[in-house]
Every structure is written in structure tokens, then in C-alpha cells.
Ligand binder design. Structure first.
Ligand code: ATP
Length: 295
């Protein structure tokens, strides 16, 4: 049966000393639906402190809203029985900004994958489990022999992120909740990561809630977007429409704040690196800058 995630009138307040009334409203009246059919990418974009991560934590069941409801298949996610909760945990998988915290530094990265195999009974034998892990690593463009047996600090940030994607590939959840997953990655690895998420949507029918402060990433992913400002979703719609015909002043402000490449500007200054302090001093931009990549 197709189960949707629905948020209705979600409000999240936190106690905050010094704030008016002694609390801060991080999310106000958030309502939206994540549907697995058809699988889609829904981006939630807003600046720092606008309430994005709070919504991610609400959806993942890590933070109970002050008021409003979050339902999965029509049932309140904070009132699920054991079997329903297990189904939710299996079908709603997170990816966070830096998965380093998820890996135990004393264990090889294999452990995160084997734990998923065992917890969700994905294989009936060791050999079957290993074959599954290897297939999933390959699906996220990692070479199993270069990853398995390594400790988290021996992988790059982009590789650690992709190990988490391999875990998702094994579990095939209906929903991925991705909270700023690419903000620490360079442009090339970022693009690879986004392409894998799009593959997951197309080939494995996963719906992603993609949380970011970066409109160019939203543009690359396409699909639907919701713009959040000070805890309120102020605009939503297909990415193309929102980007080209924004109706809310805040969306226009966000769009105006994307740096525009200027073909008349070129970076002609040298970057002087101070070898002792490791700091760099840049020269001044002059005519004709290289084009800013979309991601
Ligand atoms: N547990 C908490 N207790 C008190 N205040 C909180 C808590 N969690 C978040 N906040 C506050 O709620 C507001 C929204 O925070 P949130 O982390 O959701 O924003 P964000 O849009 O994800 O920001 P960023 O992009 O910087 O992560 C912020 O003002 C934050 O300080």
C-alpha cells in the first residue's frame, strides 16, 4: 500500500531565554505532503536559521512538534505501534550534512552497512550480505575493495556520504530525508551525489525531501520546491516556475543573492599563500571571471 507522509499545521517552539514570551518559534504552520507515487524530489530551501533542520527532525520523528500533526499512511508518527514504527524507520531514511558522527571512529565503515543488513534482515547468509554491500557500493560509484576495511577517517567526506547512500541503496526506503547533504562537498562530488539521488528516484522509486540553503542545487535537482522564511513556508511550486516567476518577495531576495557571473570580470590577481600561517591573500578581480558553475 502506498503510504504518504503528511504534515498539517506543524508548529515547533523552543524555550529561549531573552526571546519574547520566553520561546522561539522555529516552525510555524508547516503543511505539506510527501508522496511516494510518483517518486519525486521536493526541496525545502531557506537561509540559515529558517527552520529547515527542525522540519527534518520533525519528519524523522526525532522531535515532536509543539502542535500540528505528522502522519504516515494516515497515522500519527508519534503514536505508531512497534510494527508500524519499524516500517517507518525502514522507509524514511536520513542523510545528514556530515555523516562522520554516524560512524564510530573505532570501527571500520563496513559496520554501518553490516548493521543495516542484520537489523533489516536483508540477507540470509554472510556471502549474500557481502554481495549486497558490494553491489550497493558500486551503485554509488565506490569501489568496494577501496572502501571496505577502512576506518571513517581514511575516507574523504564525499566517500563517507556515499557510504550512507550505499546504505540507502540497500534498504530501498520510500523516502529519503536529506538535510544539507552536499554543503560540505566540492562541486564535482556534489554533482555526483545529486545524480545518485536522481537515480534513486528514477530507478528505485524513492521520494526525497532535500533540505538546502542553496538555490543552484535546487535548480539542478528540479521537481518541486518549498521556500521557507522564519519558520513559514512562503512559496511552493515546480522549481522552474518558482525560480523564473517567484511570487514572494523573500524568494526574489534569495534569487537576487545568488552571485552572478560577469563575463567582463576576470580574476587576474595572484593568490599569495603564507606558508607559515597557511592563510591566503587574494588579488583583486579584474575583467572576465570564469563562469560560476551551476553547482
Ligand atoms: N533544540 C533547540 N533549542 C532551541 N532552539 C533551537 C533548537 N533547535 C533549533 N533551534 C532554533 O530554531 C531556529 C531554526 O533552526 P534550524 O536548525 O531548524 O534552522 P536551519 O534553517 O536548519 O538552519 P541551518 O541552515 O543553519 O542549519 C534557529 O533559530 C535555532 O537556533
Amino acid at each position: 500500500m502506498t503510504k504518504t507522509i503528511e504534515l498539517r499545521g506543524v508548529q515547533q517552539r523552543f524555550h529561549a531565554r531573552g526571546a519574547a514570551g520566553g520561546y522561539l518559534t522555529a516552525v510555524e504552520d508547516a503543511s505539506f505532503t510527501l508522496s511516494p507515487e510518483p517518486p519525486q524530489v521536493v526541496s525545502l530551501v531557506g537561509q540559515s536559521g529558517s527552520g529547515k533542520s527542525t522540519i527534518a527532525r520533525n519528519v524523522l520523528g526525532l522531535q515532536k512538534p509543539t502542535s500540528g500533526t505528522i502522519t504516515y499512511g494516515g497515522k500519527d508518527i508519534f503514536k505508531l505501534d512497534r510494527a508500524e514504527y519499524d516500517d517507518y524507520r525502514r522507509n524514511v531514511q536520513p542523510v545528514f550534512q556530515d555523516p562522520y558522527a554516524i560512524f564510530n571512529p573505532f570501527y571500520r565503515v563496513d559496520r554501518v552497512l553490516w548493521k543495516a543488513v542484520k537489523k533489516f534482515k536483508l540477507a540470509t547468509s554472510q556471502a549474500e550480505g557481502l554481495a549486497l554491500i558490494e553491489r550497493s557500493l558500486e551503485a554509488v560509484k565506490l569501489e568496494p575493495e577501496r572502501v571496505l576495511g577502512r576506518y571513517p577517517h581514511q575516507l574523504s567526506g564525499g566517500q563517507r556520504q556515499r557510504v550512507m547512500l550505499a546504505r540507502i541503496h540497500m534498504l530501498r526506503p520510500a523516502f529519503v530525508i536529506a538535510d544539507e547533504p552536499v554543503s560540505m562537498l566540492d562541486a564535482q562530488v556534489r554533482r555526483l551525489f545529486l545524480d545518485i539521488l536522481l537515480d534513486f528516484q528514477r530507478e528505485h522509486g524513492m521520494t526525497t525531501l532535500f533540505i538546502t540553503h542553496d538555490l543552484s542545487t535546487v535548480y539542478y535537482l528540479g521537481g518541486q520546491v518549498m521556500v521557507i522564511n522564519r519558520g513559514r513556508i512562503v512559496e511552493r511550486g515546480p522549481v522552474d516556475t518558482v525560480m523564473h516567476e517567484p511570487s514572494h518577495p523573500y524568494t526574489r531576495l534569495l534569487l537576487d543573492s545568488i552571485p552572478q557571473p560577469d563575463p567582463d570580470l576576470r580574476w587576474t590577481g595572484r593568490i599569495e599563500v603564507d606558508e607559515w600561517s597557511g592563510t591566503a591573500e587574494a588579488g583583486t578581480p579584474k575583467a572576465s571571471a570564469p563562469e560560476t558553475p551551476i553547482i
